[in-house]
Design a binder for this molecule. Sequence first.
Ligand code: HEM
Length: 76
Amino acid sequence: MNCHTLLGNGAYYAPDLTKAWLDKGWISKDMREDMMGKFLMDPDKNARTFGSKRKMPNLAITEQEAKGTIAFLKWV
Ligand code: HEM
């Protein structure tokens, strides 16, 4: 909420996550789940090149938490 936005709630420091699951920047639909999971667990090493100088902090998200978060983003 301090960085991202979901359905209009949150902040504008980081990308709006409302449609993050549909973001074509994750190369292909087949690779998206894997790439997004790796990014959530270690954003420094797995960030895409957005052309943004802002960085997502490493929140020590576990594999199970990353899977759950991705399921939530798909639902959103
Ligand atoms: C559990 C909490 C969080 C989740 C689930 C999350 C999720 C994500 C996702 C899915 C993306 C990629 C967006 C896209 O596909 O368009 C992203 C990017 C980003 N996030 Fe987060 N985020 C979280 C917390 C944070 C926090 C606390 C910050 C700020 C301190 C932050 C800053 C950023 C930034 C700056 C980017 C863009 C990275 C870049 O341009 O390389 N995130 N986040």
